[in-house]
Design a protein around this ligand. Structure first.
Ligand code: NAD
Length: 433
């Protein structure tokens, strides 16, 4: 098939590249010229394991192209995939301006029947709005479909090639059939449903995962008070198939470009229908508070933080990505800086993005993990990069000025700590303090 993907970000670029890997002819369009230029030079604007090799291979096969020209890219294709951003407005509602602009431009470029697919996460009713916008621009027939994306950054290629399920929301049986054919080599779990249910499946899924995280974080906070170990509790819970073992890892809470904005958007969607989504509001509030436990622990150990040097390991919202959107590290570092601490930070991949997108005055960027820990009054681990796990605790102990290690991601085990004099605080494991 001939496919055009609009928006060459984490979702659009990975999806487009994977469709080309499956043998389709793909054009990825982005309105940021610098991004398209990079891609055309063979460089990849985001960090995503495995992506660069697939881009190289499929460009060489002539199946993958990049362009800023939306009109010229839409016209030769049968399937147009919208994968532009839907960031939060200050109200928490999804900002649909990129979606609306893309729909208008597609409408103006229409030269024959096409299926217009939305992969972006959009509120219920948005695909119908896209249909109205396109229909105002053209008399050419077309169908619309909502095919929400479930990939995770850091494993995006793997997730796209091996999805748990594909959801296709459409009111056109023939579009449903074509999209089923497009995805059938990836999974047998293809759910064809109505458009509104497909839009809702995406929000409900992310809200549920966020709920699991906030739930286990509250259990962790109680564990700290009653002397239980949350990792053992989660392990014991996870065997129950009704619960499942994933997303039961206590820590400093979720971040990233999806869960924070999608939970807020769903609260707004409900509110517009006069429904007060109390559970999800609590999930968001628990998550917001969870990151401040790092600060509370630092204060309990060091007292006033003015003039104290705090080392930070990890800026990305999770490992194996350079994405820093809504990373818990940002709020923690900003709070430390406001409290007068000197903050030194290191991240293996995300430091450049953090520098560009997160404005924290006085933050010192370090070249390596040692430099961030060196002579610090405490070290905080905020992202569980594999590189950090490989560093012997005896090294950390010798680098620090005071032996305080705050592990926001529970990366160390009791046996490792037994051989050190480190004063160690993790999340929900009071026996290890
Ligand atoms: P992103 O910001 O990384 O990429 C969006 C891209 O769209 C940008 O490069 C931007 O320049 C481009 N763009 C915007 N308007 C355009 C237009 N009119 N023409 C051409 N290009 C345009 O965003 P993302 O992280 O890829 O997310 C995209 C959507 O997918 C969002 O709705 C998001 O919620 C959803 N989603 C994201 C993830 C994820 O892990 N990032 C996972 C699932 C779903």
């Amino acid at each position: 098939m001939k496919i055009t993907v609009i928006g060459a970000g984490y979702v659009g670029l990975v999806s487009g590249v994977c469709f080309s890997e499956l043998g389709h002819e793909v054009i990825c369009v982005d309105h940021i010229e610098a991004k398209v230029d990079m891609l055309n030079r063979g460089e990849v604007p985001i960090y995503e394991p495995g992506l660069q090799a697939l881009i190289k291979a499929n460009r060489e096969r002539g199946r993958l192209r990049f362009s800023t020209d939306l009109r010229a890219s839409v016209q030769p294709s049968d399937i147009i995939i919208i994968a532009v951003g839907t960031p939060s407005l200050p109200s928490g509602q999804a900002n649909l301006s990129f979606i609306e602009q893309a729909a208008q431009e597609i409408g103006q470029a229409m030269n024959g029947y096409k299926i217009i697919v939305t992969k972006s996460t959009v509120p219920v009713g948005t695909n119908e709005r896209i249909r109205d916008i396109v229909a105002k621009c053209t008399n050419v027939p077309f169908d619309i479909a909502s095919v929400p994306e479930f990939l995770r950054e850091g494993t995006a290629v793997q997730d796209t090639m091996n999805p748990d399920r594909i959801v296709i929301g459409t009111d056109s049986p023939s579009a449903g059939q074509q999209l089923t054919t497009l995805h059938q080599s990836l999974t047998s779990n293809i759910i064809v449903t109505d458009i509104r249910s497909a839009e809702m499946i995406k929000y409900a899924s992310n809200a549920f995962l966020a709920t699991k995280i906030s739930f286990i974080n509250e259990i962790a906070n109680i564990c700290e008070k009653v002397g239980a170990d949350v990792t053992k509790v989660a392990y014991g819970m996870g065997f129950d198939q009704r619960i499942g073992a994933s997303f039961l890892k206590a820590g400093i809470g979720y971040g990233g470009s999806c869960f924070p904005k999608d939970t807020q958007a769903l609260i707004q969607i409900a509110g517009q229908m006069d429904y007060d989504f109390k559970l999800l509001k609590s999930v968001v509030e628990v998550n917001r508070q969870q990151r401040y436990n790092v600060i509370r622990k630092l204060v309990s150990l060091l007292g006033q933080l003015t003039g104290k040097t705090i080392g930070i390991w990890g800026l990305a919202f999770k490992p194996e990505t350079d994405d820093v959107r809504d990373s818990p590290a940002y709020e923690i570092i900003a709070a430390l800086s406001d409290m007068g601490a000197v903050v030194k930070a290191y991240d293996p991949i995300a430091a450049d993005n953090f520098r560009h997108h997160c404005d924290v005055s006085g933050l010192i960027y370090c070249e390596n993990a040692r430099e961030a820990a060196w002579q610090s009054d405490a070290l905080c681990i905020l992202t569980e990069w594999e590189e950090f796990r490989q560093i012997p605790l005896s090294d950390i102990e010798s680098w620090l000025k005071s032996p305080y290690l705050i592990d926001g991601r529970n990366i160390y085990e009791e046996e490792q700590l037994a051989e050190t004099q480190l004063v160690y605080y993790s999340v929900g494991r009071p026996g290890m303090n």
